[in-house]
Design a protein around this ligand. Structure first.
Ligand code: XMP
Length: 187
């Protein structure tokens, strides 16, 4: 563990590992897409931290980005998946003819990203590539793969680096498996 950091939960992925992987991911994206400008579509709220770091790493490696935000949710009022994805854009440029990089925090069942990508493709972008920080391949129940993956993980509920439990823990600078006691107490 990084000695100078206070950890509320045992880290699964430490800040230094996140920083190193984000930089490497930016390199993979540049190698695959080249350095022509892109338009990033970031899914809120979970991808806000990852997006902030990734677009700066991309800029350092020669790709400039415009950034759009989309609130996408695959859940209704409860904790079960409705099978429906609601989407709400916060303003929006046209995606027609653009090189889109769709960014999410985690690829789980695949429902959210598959529906969002489907909507984006209807706008006839020049291309649409998907990048996720985390991928839980064992949970997939619709056909969806990301073009770029930060870290494949096992089937754990994780928080931190933008990911939440009941709107808590997005601010942790590391990714942690949510301990059962934190889940039951709601803290
Ligand atoms: P699907 O199933 O549509 O889900 O691929 C993607 C969305 O589900 C949320 N999700 C999580 N959020 N910890 C979280 O904080 C997790 O372990 C987790 N797994 C899925 C997340 O909002 C993601 O965008």
């Amino acid at each position: 563990m990084e000695a100078d950091l206070h950890y509320q939960f045992p880290p699964l992925i430490e800040p230094s590992e996140l920083a190193k992987r984000v930089k490497a991911l930016a390199g993979e994206i540049v190698a695959a897409l080249g350095t022509e400008p892109i338009i990033v579509v970031a899914l809120l709220k979970g991808a806000f931290v990852f997006t902030a770091d990734l677009v700066r790493a991309l800029s350092q490696q020669g790709i400039s980005s415009e950034i759009e935000f989309l609130i996408a949710s695959s859940y209704g009022a409860g904790t079960y998946s409705t099978g429906q994805v609601t989407m709400h854009w916060l303003g929006k440029s046209s995606l027609a003819g653009r090189r889109v990089l769709l960014i999410d925090d985690i690829l789980d069942t695949g429902l959210t990203l598959s529906k969002v990508k489907e909507q984006i493709l209807k706008e006839n972008p020049a291309s649409c590539h998907v990048v996720v920080l985390l991928d839980k391949p064992s949970r997939r129940n619709v056909q969806m793969t990301a073009d770029f993956v930060g870290f494949p993980i096992d089937d754990h509920f994780v928080v931190g680096y933008g990911l939440d439990y009941a709107e808590q823990h997005r601010d942790l600078p590391y990714v942690a498996i949510l301990p059962p006691e934190a889940r039951s107490s709601g803290s």
